[in-house]
Design a binder for this molecule. Structure first.
Ligand SMILES: [Zn+2]
Ligand SMILES: [Zn+2]
Ligand SMILES: [Zn+2]
Length: 550
């Protein structure tokens, strides 16, 4: 079935598997295309834009994903989790004469929101969407790290500075998509390796520089064996100055372009399309997905079963549709940040709840609508009535509309994956944040006066204000960072943490698929790949890749 997206006006198709799923969970088909659906979901997720503000209850100064002047109260996370307030005190009576989402917004503006999602953080105040981190700074969507900073999707790592999508590693710098690595710098897609510099797709390797697709190798440069002395010399040369390091980045990019790549980053997957997938079965359009089964349009997802349209969902969510942010949810529709909850729709920030409709900020509640308590019969009856009215309004079966997001589009993950201008955002009904944090023009060292080598940097740098060479925003060097650069012999960065993150994200493939053919001569296998046809890499099917690289 072909449909036209009500937002971008592009055609999109509903396959039989989609219709079967909608039928199974009793919802009408969506009226937005998959890409617009994703953007609408992740426009509710601000991971990394942090502000200083006051807690609306305690009056204390706190770090928050919300700036000072929000239309809703914001509670310090410890206060928010406390038992001395109840979001059910603000319940609204449903008014059938008014649009449902107007009432939803009215409720939203009364309910205190949590300042940050930073669970069990120790000495890690500037960390969000994260759990169990110690001595960490500006880490997002991160778990169980120590002494690490500047990164997204960093798990179980120590002394990891400036990395994205890395796991179980120590002493990593500027790496993406690495697992079980030690002392690696500028590595991507590497695993179980030690002392790599500017390497791509290495497994079980040591002491390699500018190398791609190697297995079980030691002392290699440009994929050729070298002596220990040659390796040490090259390594010292690269880190001898900022200028040399910049040269090395270019060399690496040029060399990497010649590598053979597999059509998709998939490990142990069966019947899967998408990218960066691990142990996924019967999953279509999965990105950064792990242990998923029978899913479609899922990203940043772990353990997801029987789900359509999910972002940032973990701990085995099952039978859900169109959710951003879920931990162990069952039968949830069109909601954000639902934890350990079931059988609920159009809700936001529920914990241990069951059978709630249009509710916000509730804990341990059942049979609530717009935060008001009903008995089972009343609940079912009123829920049915609201759904009928929403169908008449033409809004049932699509996600929460974008103006209900508590964030500006530019503060959220949506801007990272689907960047648009303020004008475009407003035309599409998204909010926009004009008061961004940070300063400009306050630098005490100009970029041209930055020290070339790390040797000449003294502790005085901790008192200086630097300037990003790309966006001109001011930034500082922290104590942990300074110690790390000294220990690893790395020249100071000339960009702020946001631009460094964006540079790394450009090394990853986009969350888009193209239908292409294997580039090995004589092979006609076709596949869905995240390598666009205009890219330089040599893209192989699974079989041809296995013959070349393993
Ligand atoms: Zn669209
Ligand atoms: Zn910048
Ligand atoms: Zn092939």
């Amino acid at each position: 079935m072909q449909k036209v997206c009500q937002n971008c006006k592009k055609n999109f198709s509903l396959e039989q598997e989609d219709l079967n799923f909608y039928e199974k969970i009793k919802v009408p088909p969506p009226t937005f295309c998959p890409e617009c659906r994703t953007a609408r979901r992740i426009a509710f997720r601000n991971e990394r834009t942090l502000y200083k503000r006051t807690c609306s209850k305690s009056g204390k100064s706190i770090i928050s994903i919300y700036p000072e002047n929000t239309p809703f109260p914001v509670y310090d996370q410890h206060v928010w989790w406390g038992d001395d307030w109840d979001a059910a005190d603000h319940g609204l009576d449903y008014d059938p004469t008014r649009p449902f989402f107007d009432q939803w917004l009215e409720l939203r503006n009364k309910i205190p929101r949590i300042s940050l999602l930073n669970i069990n953080g120790i000495n890690s105040d500037y960390v969000n969407n994260s759990e169990d981190n110690k001595n960490c700074y500006l880490l997002f969507a991160a778990q169980q790290n120590e002494d690490s900073m500047y990164g997204r999707l960093v798990y179980r790592s120590k002394f990891a500075i400036d990395n994205d999508f890395v796991q179980d590693s120590e002493f990593l710098y500027e790496c993406v998509d690495c697992r079980k690595c030690y002392q690696c710098l500028y590595a991507d897609n590497c695993e179980s390796s030690i002392d790599l510099l500017f390497c791509f797709n290495l497994r079980d390797c040591q002491n390699c520089i500018f190398s791609t697709n190697l297995r079980h190798k030691n002392y290699y440069i440009f994929n050729q064996p070298v002596s220990k002395e040659e390796f040490e010399m090259k390594k010292n040369e690269i880190f001898s100055s900022y200028e040399k390091l910049e040269w090395a980045k270019q060399e690496y990019e040029k060399f990497k372009e010649k590598a053979i790549v597999k059509y998709s980053h998939q490990i142990k997957c069966k019947n899967a399309t998408g990218d960066y997938m691990y142990n996924c079965h019967d999953t279509i359009y999965g990105f950064d997905a792990e242990n998923t089964k029978n899913c479609k349009f899922v990203a940043d997802a772990e353990g997801t079963i029987d789900c359509w349209d999910m972002n940032n969902t973990y701990y085995k969510p099952e039978l859900n549709i169109d959710i951003m942010g879920a931990l162990q949810t069952y039968n949830i529709k069109y909601s954000v940040y639902l934890m350990y909850s079931s059988n609920s729709e159009y809700s936001d920030s529920l914990h241990n709840c069951d059978s709630c409709f249009g509710c916000i900020g509730l804990k341990k509640k059942k049979y609530c609508i717009l935060n008001k308590q009903y008995n089972k019969e009343e609940y079912e009856k009123l829920k049915g009535e609201i759904i009928e009215n929403m169908k008449k309004e033409g809004v049932y079966g699509d996600f929460l509309p974008p103006h209900l997001s508590p964030f500006g589009y530019n503060e959220t993950l949506a801007q990272e994956y689907f960047p648009i201008t303020e004008k475009e955002a407003k035309e599409k009904g998204f909010n926009w944040q004009t008061e961004t944090s940070g300063t400009y023009g306050k630098e005490t060292i100009k970029e041209e006066n930055m020290p070339e080598t790390i040797e000449e940097v003294t502790e005085d740098i901790l008192n200086q204000i630097l300037v990003c060479k790309d966006c001109k925003k001011n930034f500082r060097i922290t104590r942990g960072e300074f110690d790390f650069y000294k220990r690893m012999n790395i020249p100071l960065p000339h960009k702020d943490f946001e631009c460094r993150h964006q540079d790394r994200m450009r090394k990853r493939n986009p969350r888009k698929l193209w239908h292409r053919e294997c580039m090995k001569e004589g092979c006609q296998n076709k596949f869905e790949t995240s390598y666009s046809p205009d890219r330089p890499e040599i893209v192989y099917c699974e079989t041809c890749y296995q013959q070349e690289v393993y």
